[in-house]
Design a protein around this ligand. Structure first.
Ligand code: PEP
Ligand code: CO
Length: 515
């Protein structure tokens, strides 16, 4: 979203239970997604192949297989919750069919243009946020702190690499989680796994683990509030580059990267003073606001379908739940429902790939998700651990180069590096994350391709969920503030440390001296 001066005029529309979303006056369309009332396949975890509902769409142009917002129901949908009551599900989807879109086509297109430049080596993508947003952790301070650390990281990266940084939060919709086991067993009791706050609840009780479609509506409202806060922070002075020092988090001040950050901030302040002295107006939006976009895993398809709307100006379909959507490692099957759904929407897309993905498979995924090879449409988010990455990434890059595909290569150095501590915490070591990032940059250097971005799980808070880094969280101190609803996140200081590391690699590539 151009969270600063969007070309679109916004009006504030109240959403149903008090949340709010911004609606552009030019794009108020009737709910376009077909309702589920006639459907029987929506609540089926692995839907059998059934006949299409008959709805047709010519999008994407040139593609001869009909697509509609519900054509995914003709495919196997992995990781989909089974709901007890079709009626309850239909009612929730019907409510979502009528809510205001969270993001708008113009914003989505502006992100797409930025990503297109990254495919040409002109820019770097920073994606970050919680593994899973939660209802319990929802607080304006939590959003503010994560946003602040993302801006600090972006600043380090922009100044360090001398390149535009595309800022994307895993925020305002990152609720649904894929699980490797359908059930969780504790002390001999087996209950359905927790699948994210928009599906069921974390507490280990049969009531909490019941899949409740109304949670999708609650998640929508929380997303609307989150976006409202993000939009305000992006333009309301919080993101003013002259307030750089005010962005500092107290806990990074005593750390090594905290003081490096202070030094960098001082350099930027000096540059701003110089600009002012020569007459540049630093009160302009370029200095006082930021473009910030949202993304989440496109997993819970009834939710995504219900938020999918047709743009009144272009006739294209957009999933208005986020600017960008990615398909996870577990649901990226070529003939699966998640690729079927995403291939028809106009949003920029991502796909996660582990070492299980072969070069041939990757090319087929690209042909499905971006059949016209539009630059900026598709990002390949690589997550395999350093060792496997050194072995497998060259083949994937070679195939993409050979086929002339335009993609953004993004490193997710966290999902291939999860381990269990002796005390039973799911954690990640900073050293392993750093090693995977190094490998990512090394391979791109060797292959002559552009390392286009990083995707991490992080928070602005001083949590103790990942070990290592100069913040020195250890296995013994994980229990001090372990708060994640799902995977372990880097804390603010670890995230900043990573930003310096990346900035230094980017400088090396462009021949600039170290920071
Ligand atoms: C995630 O991003 O939280 C996730 C589940 O990723 P992956 O699909 O790469 O495992
Ligand atoms: Co995760």
């Amino acid at each position: 979203m151009r969270l600063s001066t969007s070309s679109t005029a916004f009006l504030l529309a109240s959403s149903l239970n008090g949340g709010a979303a911004f609606v552009p006056t030019s794009l108020v369309t009737a709910p376009a997604a077909p309702t589920s009332s006639s459907s029987t396949s929506l609540n089926v975890a692995s839907a059998p192949r059934v006949n299409s509902s008959g709805s047709t769409s010519s999008f994407p142009p040139g593609d001869n297989k009909a697509w509609s917002p519900d054509s995914w129901k003709n495919c196997i949908a992995k990781q989909m919750p089974v709901y007890e009551s079709q009626e309850e599900l239909d009612a929730a989807v019907e409510t979502l069919n009528r809510v205001a879109p969270l993001v708008f086509a113009g914003e989505v297109r502006s992100l797409h243009e930025k990503l297109a430049r990254v495919t040409q080596g002109q820019g770097f993508v920073l994606m970050g946020g919680d593994c899973a947003e939660s209802f319990k952790e929802f607080h304006v301070n939590h959003i503010r702190d994560t946003f602040r650390v993302l801006l600090q990281m972006a600043l380090v990266l922009t100044f360090g690499s001398a390149m535009p940084v595309v800022k994307i939060g895993r925020m305002a919709g990152q609720f649904a989680k894929p699980r490797s086991e359908p059930n969780e067993v504790i002390d001999g009791v087996s209950l359905p796994s927790y699948r994210g706050d928009n599906v069921n609840r974390e507490e280990f009780t049969p009531e909490a683990r019941r899949n409740d479609p109304n949670l999708m509506v609650d998640a929508y409202h929380q997303s609307a509030q989150t976006l409202n806060i993000l939009r305000a922070f992006s333009t309301g002075g919080f993101a003013d580059i002259a307030r750089l020092h005010a962005w500092n988090l107290d806990f990074v001040e005593d750390t090594e990267e905290g003081s490096r950050y202070q030094k960098l901030a001082a350099k930027i302040d000096e540059s701003l003073r110089f600009m002012k002295a020569i007459g540049i107006d630093t009160s302009k939006p370029e200095f006082t606001s930021v473009d910030f976009y949202t993304a989440h895993e496109c997993l819970l398809l009834p939710y995504e379908q219900a938020l999918t709307r047709q743009d009144s100006t272009t006739g294209k379909w957009y999933d208005c739940s986020a600017h960008m959507l990615w398909v996870g490692e577990r649901t990226r099957d070529l003939d699966g429902a998640h690729l079927e759904f995403t291939r028809g929407v106009g949003n920029p897309l991502g796909v996660k790939v582990s070492d299980k993905c072969t070069p041939e498979e990757l090319i087929r995924i690209i042909d499905t998700m971006n059949p016209q090879n539009v630059p900026g449409k598709l990002s390949i988010i690589v997550r395999m651990g350093a060792e496997k990455l050194r072995k497998n990434l060259p083949g994937l890059i070679r195939a993409v180069q050979r086929e002339g595909k335009a993609v953004v290569w993004i490193s997710d150095p966290v999902h291939g590096n999860t381990r269990k501590s002796e005390s039973g915490f799911k954690t990640r070591d900073f050293d392993n994350i750093r090693a995977e990032l190094r490998a990512f940059f090394d391979v791109h250097d060797e292959m002559g391709s552009h390392p286009g971005g990083v995707h991490i799980e992080m928070t602005g808070e001083d949590v103790t969920e990942c070990t290592g880094g100069v913040s020195a969280v250890s296995d013994e101190t994980l229990n001090k503030n372990y708060a994640t609803a799902c995977d372990p996140r880097l804390n603010g200081s670890q995230a900043l440390e990573l930003a310096f590391l990346i900035a230094e690699r980017m400088r090396l590539r462009t021949g600039l001296p170290p920071l």
